[in-house]
Write a protein that binds this ligand. Sequence first.
Ligand code: 5AD
Ligand code: SF4
Length: 465
Amino acid sequence: MQQKKVYIESYGCQMNVNDSEVVASILAQDGYTPVTTAEEADLVLLNTCSIREKAEQTVLNRIDQVNSLKNRNKELKVGVLGCMAERMRGELLEQKKVVDLVVGPDAYRTLPDLLQQVGGGQKAVNVLLSREETYGEIVPVRLNSNGVTAFVTIMRGCDNMCAFCVVPFTRGRERSRDAASIVEECTQLVRDGYKEVTLLGQNVDSYKWRPVKVDPTADPDAVVDFADLLDLVARACPTLRIRYSTSHPKDMTDKVLQVMASHPNICRYIHLPVQSGSDPVLKRMNRGYDRAWYLERVAAIRRYMPDCAISTDIIAGFCGETDEDHRQTLELIDAVGYDMAYMFKYSERPKTLAARKYPDDVPEEVKGRRLQEIIDRQKLRSTERMAGYVGQVQEVLIEGVSKRSDAHMFGRNSQNAVVIVPRWVGEPARELRPGDMVHARITSSTSGSLQGQVVEPIHETGATA
Ligand code: 5AD
Ligand code: SF4
C-alpha cells in the first residue's frame, strides 16, 4: 500500500485530542502516517470545537489558511471533523469550497470509505450520531506525545442538557465504554512506559457499564459505575498516576471520593465546574444543583481528602444574570478557594435550551467587566493556594523541558499544579528526563506555577502519586 501523509490539528477539549488519536489509528489501517505540518500532508484534518462562537471563528479562519495550501498542492484534500462538522455540515460544504470531507464525532470508522469517495473527486459527508459507538477496541495512535501522559476516553456524549451547552447536539447521547477495554488500554500504556493517564468523559460520574452486554454469562444485574472503574484501573495499574475529567456536581458520589482516598495513585485533583454561584442562574442553566448542594460536595471532597485541589469552570453573563447574581459568583470563588479556574463569557449557541428560551440580554461590555472581575478574584485565590505549597516537599512527575528555560524541567504534583525544577540535579550532575518521578522542595510560587529544588533520590520508574 502506498504511504500517504495525514496532518491532524485538534481544537477544543481533551476529548478532541484523544479522538484525533483514534482517527490516526483508523487511518493507519488505510495507509496513512501522521506528519507534523500541514505543508507536507496529502490530507489535512481539522478536529473542531463548537463550544463557543469564538472557537468556531478560529477554525473558519484556519480553513481559509489551509485553502492557500491547495493552490500549491492540487492533490491536497481537506476535512473537517468533530463538533463543527456535526453542527455546520451544510455551511461547511457550501461556503467553504475547499472542504472535501465533513465527518461527525461518531462516524470516524467510515473515514476510509469516505476518503475513497473523495479520491474519486466527490465530496463526502457522514454526520450520523450513534447510541453505541465508543471506539472501544481501537488502540489510539499517540500524537504529539511526551511519552509520559496519555488520555483514555471512557464515555462519549452527554444527556444533561445544560441550557447553554451545544455538546448534547454535537456529540449525541451518553454511552459508556467497556470497562475491560479501558483497563486493558491502561495496562498497555504502562507497558509502553507511560506514567499517567487522564480518564475522559463529558460527565464521568454517570459512567455505567453492564458486563452482560459483552458476556452473556455475566450477572445480568452487575453494573460497573465510575467509582468501580476508578478502583479497577487503580488496582490493575498501581504504578500509574490516574486523573480524570470532568465531574458533575449533581452526580459526584461519596463512593468516588472514598475510592480516590483509598488509592494513593489516584491524583488529589477534581475539576468540578460550578458555572455560576447564584441559585436563580443555576436553575435557568438547568444544572440540577444549587449553591448549597455544590458547597456540600466541596466540603465532602475536603472531608475525604483534605489535600485535594479543586478547579472549576465559570460562565460570566448568562441570560438574565444580575449584578447580585454576579456578586454571588465572586463570593462563591472566595468560599471554595479554587486552585484554578477556566472562565468564559457566555456565548449563545444555536438550538440550545437557552437560545430557545432566554434572550442573551447581558450587554457585551457588562459580560466583559464581570469576566474580568471573576478572573481577578480567582487570581487572588490561585496565588494563595499556590503559596501554601512553599516549604513543602511535593512528588512531581517530570513531563518535559520548561517552555521558558532550557535549564529547567516542568512537571506536575498530584494536585495538578505545574512545578518547575532545575534540569540538572546532584553531584555529579544528572539530567532529569520526562517520566522521572522526583521529590521537590517548593521554594517559591506564582498564581500559575511552583518553583522547587529536587530532593534526591530520583525514581526512574513510576511511583505513587
Ligand atoms: N458559552 C460560554 N461558555 C460555555 N461553556 C459551555 N458552553 C458555553 C457557552 N455557550 C463552558 C462551560 C463548560 C466549559 C467546557 O465551557 O463552563 O463547563
Ligand atoms: Fe455540556 Fe452540561 Fe453536558 Fe457538560 S454536563 S457537556 S456543560 S450539557
